[in-house]
Design a protein around this ligand. Sequence first.
Ligand SMILES: C[S@@+](CC[C@H](N)C(=O)[O-])C[C@H]1O[C@@H](n2cnc3c(N)ncnc32)[C@H](O)[C@@H]1O
Length: 255
Amino acid sequence: MTDSKEYIKKRYAKALEKAQEKNTSCCDSSEPAPKQEESACCSNKPILLPKKQEIVIPSFGSTSDLAKKANLEEGDVVVDFGSGPGHDLLSVAKLVGKKGKAIGIDFTPEMIEHATDLAKKMSLDNVEVKQGDIANVPLEDNIADVVISNCVINLSANKYDVFKEAFRILKLGGRLVDSDIIAAQELPESLRKDKDAWCGCIGGALTQEGYVEAIKKAGFSDITVDIESERTGKINWEGNDYLIHSGIIRATKPE
Ligand SMILES: C[S@@+](CC[C@H](N)C(=O)[O-])C[C@H]1O[C@@H](n2cnc3c(N)ncnc32)[C@H](O)[C@@H]1O
């Protein structure tokens, strides 16, 4: 799908508004999407973070606890591509501590405002949220220890450009930890072209081989893909079923 960025921004601004009204999370709550019998995308329960303050941060991600799954270390500089409402970003900020930094990149102003406000409320002063496109990241080369992303890269029409940007901003030996929707087979052209399917993180999903190829082409090595079998969904499109999974893709920028 081309020329979709403005549409994606509007849809996610609306989804955030709905999530705040209902205190729930969902990737795509506003428009009809392909029939999904089970969802591989989105965690259903908002997480209270930190518990004492009872702040509810909606999540639109395809996995839960990505910050923990990324094996971060104190002092790490972590960049979150498509940080959204800040669910993972603020967990990262706590894990890397005052010596580290959590930098979010998002192109939807409402998401940036939400995550920035929450960081202030939680007194996390190692958080910075920047407006920008993950295909053209407003950060210098070689500054990050880890780039994470949770259910965002599938929304980009040119995934190679995004992986190339992750590669550029990572230090040598730095890691990419990307949770994404992975299609078990190539999706039909009509589904890929459907705006709602695209915004719902389905239309732009690649197969495992497609992701690995784009990541390799961007220069990464040690690429692994873990399919989260408990997060599998079935899409019914034009009478046919298509399987999608949530997967965690890890890769390293060679030393
Ligand atoms: C499905 S939500 C995921 C948000 C967050 N990672 C989470 O787990 O809750 C997708 C987010 O990515 C952002 N986004 C999508 N495409 C983007 C792009 N090309 N550049 C920057 N942000 C983008 C959207 O604004 C939205 O906040």
